[in-house]
Design a binder for this molecule. Structure first.
Ligand code: NAD
Length: 238
């Protein structure tokens, strides 16, 4: 692959954060940190047991804030876009399905966290967002409307519309290289982004620990741990 690419879209999933110590989502058995996704990652689960859902994201948030650091794969993604920006080389658009803040801490900017962010909370009524580093509960009063129970995690749950779709669609239609990193290809619409990019003429590459469910339809595939594969792959683009 020796061509010089101009506009690059990078899609990351839970696999890029695995070596930082954050568990991936186990699509095969539908479990996320030993919880059924229906219970902790759907609007119905939140209505049924808001205490459980707040507790689940409190645990994820406290874990993230206590000793979890970006790894060499997050850093390689950030340095690719910084380097290309400095050189005036076209756009690198980073789309992540991850709710952790490891890309942001590695220095990636701009970034589209399409499934929301663990360190933000939102008013169900107004949609206003608040930074959140502390534990939350259904008894908390919302800072904007002062109503108890109006705050919810700023997470896109199954059945809800992902964020930044217009920006993502635009980037997909303009890229000439699409790279998927550490994503199993089970969660839509993200799992279909490579097809959109391909449709508009992009070359598509998968970097993952093991073949995703859509692996064979990518133009190129490399398998191994993200901390090794990602720096090596981006070095090869220079
Ligand atoms: P997934 O958990 O379904 O799949 C993870 C993929 O990463 C798998 O294909 C696996 O083979 C691969 N992988 C595991 N370890 C790896 C490594 N060291 N190097 C490279 N690849 C590795 O992930 P998904 O496709 O992102 O879907 C999960 C959903 O759950 C997302 O929507 C996300 O919002 C949520 N989630 C987020 C986090 C996070 O923010 N870090 C963690 C778990 C789940």
């Amino acid at each position: 692959m020796s061509k010089t690419y101009r506009n690059i879209v990078i899609l990351t999933g839970a696999g890029i954060s695995a070596e930082s110590g954050i568990k991936t989502f186990r699509a095969a058995d539908g479990l996320w940190e030993d919880h059924r996704v229906e219970d902790v990652a759907t609007p119905e689960g939140f209505i049924k047991d808001p205490h459980l859902v707040h507790r689940f994201y409190n645990e994820r948030r406290q874990h993230l804030l206590n000793g979890i650091e970006p790894n060499t794969a997050h850093l390689a993604v950030a340095s690719l876009s910084q380097q290309r920006q400095q050189e005036g080389h076209g756009q690198v658009t980073l789309v992540t399905q991850n709710i952790d803040n490891l890309h942001q801490r590695a220095g990636s900017e701009p970034i589209f966290p399409m499934h929301g962010e663990l360190l933000r909370i939102r008013c169900k009524q107004s949609g206003e967002l608040f930074d959140c580093h502390e534990d939350t509960s259904p008894e908390d009063h919302c800072p904007c409307c002062d109503i108890a129970g109006n705050l919810r995690p700023h997470i896109v749950w199954f059945g809800e519309m992902p964020l930044y779709m217009n920006e993502i669609e635009r980037a997909l239609s303009q890229c000439d290289l699409f790279v998927a990193i550490g994503t199993s290809g089970n969660v839509y619409p993200a799992a279909g982004f490579f097809e959109t990019a391909k449709h508009f003429g992009a070359y598509t590459v998968e970097l993952n620990l093991e073949p995703s469910v859509t692996a064979s339809r990518f133009d190129e595939q490399y398998y191994g741990p993200a901390t090794e594969l990602v720096p090596r792959f981006f070095d090869s683009l220079n």
